[in-house]
Write a protein that binds this ligand. Structure first.
Ligand SMILES: *[C@@H]1O[C@H](CO)[C@@H](O)[C@H](O)[C@H]1NC(C)=O
Length: 339
């Protein structure tokens, strides 16, 4: 039986789609400089955004100011901007990730490899691409406020964001139903520390890319992730959208201890180097870290507050390398913390 909310979402979405005029994408990649040695960049937007929003175009402009000859591709699920925005909420990651892999494999400029920036959920999606495909290969993978260990609570919606409210109601009523796990994007990385066995039994996306299921661990994922030049993990210090915000650094809440009053006690945080995923190196993260290639950075401010101070140095230090000179510094100026 279809989830009742499904019918509501589908009818509302078709209504919204019918009402919105078709908007042509401005540009989803820049083709001004095909013959150059600069490592190209792939970016993947966050939830509620689209591949060609004004914010994403601005980001591309900033990167181009620092690296004039860089080729940039902004990942899309749908060419129509509104449809692309909705595809960040509603869809199946087991279909979206392969679609993006096909998209990236078909872009001639990317064939020698690229650097990648994932904003918010786009970060764990680009990590999924790296682990499962890595073809073309990713050099530096930079994620901003991403949910590498999932989210343990759903974030507040902006006023009048109907799709957000519907998604939130699905999450609160049945996040681990098969329907939600194959149709609602944020449900596919919802990792409720109070019901981990249910998560492990029902979730397809996050359990797979984190190699959490002992019987279906895939060594290729670990090999591919460990092949990165750098994995740069950026956390927003005042992030209240991502719960816990340390998910950006592979942190998660510990399951409540026996007899602990759930809801009243502040949950314990498991930091990256204490995660079983890390200790047993299920995804190559420990290998990468021991090689000094996992970089922790933090930005002052709330979720996705991309100030110049926050990401200017990342743009300068990790992007725009050439095949001969790979970029990999992180200057002292960033508040760098090791967990
Ligand atoms: C592991 O992942 C690789 C790369 O995605 C895939 O080709 C392979 O079939 C997977 N292996 C298993 C056993 O699922």
């Amino acid at each position: 039986m279809a989830h009742p909310i499904l019918l509501i979402i589908v009818s509302l979405l078709s209504l919204v789609c019918a009402l919105s005029p078709y908007s042509r994408p401005n540009s989803f990649h820049d083709s001004s400089s095909r013959d150059n040695d600069t490592i190209p960049l792939v970016i993947w937007h966050g939830l509620g955004d689209s591949y060609s929003s004004s914010g994403m175009l601005e980001i591309m402009d900033i990167v181009r100011k620092a690296h004039p000859s860089i080729f940039i591709h902004s990942v899309y699920i749908e060419e129509d901007i509104e449809a692309d925005q909705k595809a960040g909420w509603i869809g199946n990651l087991q279909l979206q990730i392969p679609l993006v892999a096909e998209q990236l494999a078909a872009i001639p400029e990317l064939q020698g490899g690229f650097d990648a920036i994932g904003f918010s959920q786009g970060g764990q999606f680009l990590r999924a691409f790296t682990e499962i495909y890595n073809s073309p290969p990713v050099h530096n993978l930079i994620t901003f406020g991403s949910q590498h260990m999932g989210i343990a609570a759903s974030a507040a919606c902006k006023p009048f964001d109907v799709v957000c409210y519907l998604v939130q109601s699905v999450i609160s009523t049945g996040v681990y139903t098969e329907w939600a796990q194959t149709n609602v994007i944020p449900a596919q990385y919802f990792r409720d520390s109070k019901q981990l066995p249910t998560y492990l039994a029902s979730n397809h996306f996050l359990t797979a890319i984190n190699n959490e299921i002992p019987t279906s661990r895939n060594a290729t994922y670990a090999k591919n992730l460990a092949s990165l030049s750098n994995l740069v993990l950026v956390l927003f210090t005042q992030d209240t959208t991502v719960v816990p915000k340390e998910s950006a650094w592979f942190g998660s809440y510990a399951p409540p201890a026996e007899g602990e009053l759930t809801g009243t006690d502040e949950p314990t945080l498991i930091t990256m180097r204490k995660q079983p995923l890390y200790v047993e190196d299920w995804i190559g993260l420990k290998t990468l870290d021991e090689a000094g290639k996992v970089k922790f950075a933090s930005c002052e401010g709330g979720h996705m507050q991309l100030t110049q101070a926050c990401w200017g140095l990342i743009v300068n230090n990790y992007l725009g390398g050439t095949k001969k000179v790979l970029k990999n510094d992180l200057t002292e100026f960033m508040l760098v913390q090791q967990l």
